[in-house]
Write a protein that binds this ligand. Structure first.
Ligand SMILES: NC(=O)c1ccc[n+]([C@@H]2O[C@H](COP(=O)([O-])OP(=O)(O)OC[C@H]3O[C@@H](n4cnc5c(N)ncnc54)[C@H](OP(=O)(O)O)[C@@H]3O)[C@@H](O)[C@H]2O)c1
Length: 296
């Protein structure tokens, strides 16, 4: 099957899709931002018409959460309008679209994991732009899967694991936020899930279309995650000393964008309807640390 990937190569998830698609029998057409800017409706249409894919995966997004607070137009242009243009092009070509969204569409005040149909109440520009992108996709195209994920980390790009290991190289202790709960999710597991959905679509010519959650397990806090990263870094000799994590409150680490205190997303529907297993992020962290030892 021919898969057209937007936001390919440069992004965390796009990079992983490129890496593992080689092991699949699918033909992957991977377009970077310079090859296809999803904000250009004419070019989006032309790319879909030219490549004639069987399915489209959108891994392109504006993901600079704090910067988005001061750069609202750019965030909405990519996350809402770009998603909309892709959905319209897919509708015209009668192909499905797989898309990624975020826990930041919720306000984080719920005391248990968010279900897929819990009301959205984004607290940040990024969250609002992603939510409106979801809505545009749902309205424009029935044949879609939206995977909402959280706390993405991987071998490439900017992420918490790489930041912690970089800071840990020359620090003995660090303050890390301890009152936000969520689940780290590896870019690799998201990529594998998306390619698995392509397999299922090719086999069944159908998927249980709709919105789902996809995150790693077990849930944790940023400070516990940091402790885990430092332990793994030490175990694999990427760090040569222990790094102490001092837990702090969100209020002690002010950021431009507000983050949800509760980022936990229920995987109930994902397991029952999509038949997707919950990945253990600790296994992928071992791989990422091993990769970073030789690619710093
Ligand atoms: N990162 C997280 O913690 C997190 C959490 C929850 C959900 N998500 C969602 O997961 C998805 C993948 O995230 P990620 O971490 O892989 O993001 P990422 O590393 O920031 O990659 C995003 C990619 O999109 C490309 N892009 C940006 N604007 C574009 C445009 N106008 N046209 C085409 N490409 C464009 C970027 O290209 P350049 O490199 O040229 O800028 C980059 O390659 C996104 O939908 C994101 O919202 C991420």
């Amino acid at each position: 099957m021919k898969i057209l990937l937007t936001g390919g190569v440069g992004g965390q998830v796009g990079w992983e899709i490129n890496r593992i698609a080689g092991e699949s029998h699918h033909e992957l057409i991977s377009l970077t931002r310079s090859e296809l800017d999803i904000c250009n409706a004419l070019n989006v249409d032309a790319a879909v018409e030219h490549h004639k894919p069987d399915i489209l995966i959108n891994a392109a997004a504006y993901t600079a959460v704090d910067k988005a607070e001061e750069d609202q137009d750019a965030a909405f242009k990519v996350n809402r309008d770009g998603t909309h243009f892709l959905a319209l092009a897919c509708k015209k070509a009668t192909i499905p679209m797989l898309h990624i969204s975020t826990d930041y569409i919720f306000d984080g005040t719920k005391t248990s994991p968010y279900e897929v149909d819990d009301p959205a109440a984004p607290q940040s520009v990024y969250g609002a732009s992603k939510w409106e992108g979801e809505e545009c996709l749902r309205k424009a195209l029935t044949q879609h899967i939206i995977l909402r994920t959280s706390w993405v980390f991987g071998r490439t790009g900017n992420n918490f694991v790489k930041t912690m290991l970089r800071l840990g190289l020359d620090r003995k202790e660090l303050k890390v936020v301890a009152d936000q709960r969520g689940a780290p999710t590896s870019a690799h597991s998201i990529a594998a899930c998306l390619l698995g959905l392509c397999d299922a679509y090719e086999r069944d010519k159908d998927l249980p279309w709709g919105t789902y959650h996809f995150t790693g397990s077990p849930e944790t806090t940023w400070s516990e995650f940091a402790e885990y990263i430092f332990r793994e870094g030490l175990k694999q000799n990427l760090l040569d000393h222990e790094v102490k994590v001092n837990p702090i409150k969100t209020a002690e680490y002010p950021t431009l964008a507000k983050r949800p205190a509760n980022s936990r997303l229920s995987m109930r529907l994902t397991e029952s309807r999509l038949k997707v297993l919950i990945p253990d992020w600790r296994n992928d962290l071992i791989d990422v640390v091993e990769y970073l030892k030789t690619h710093r």
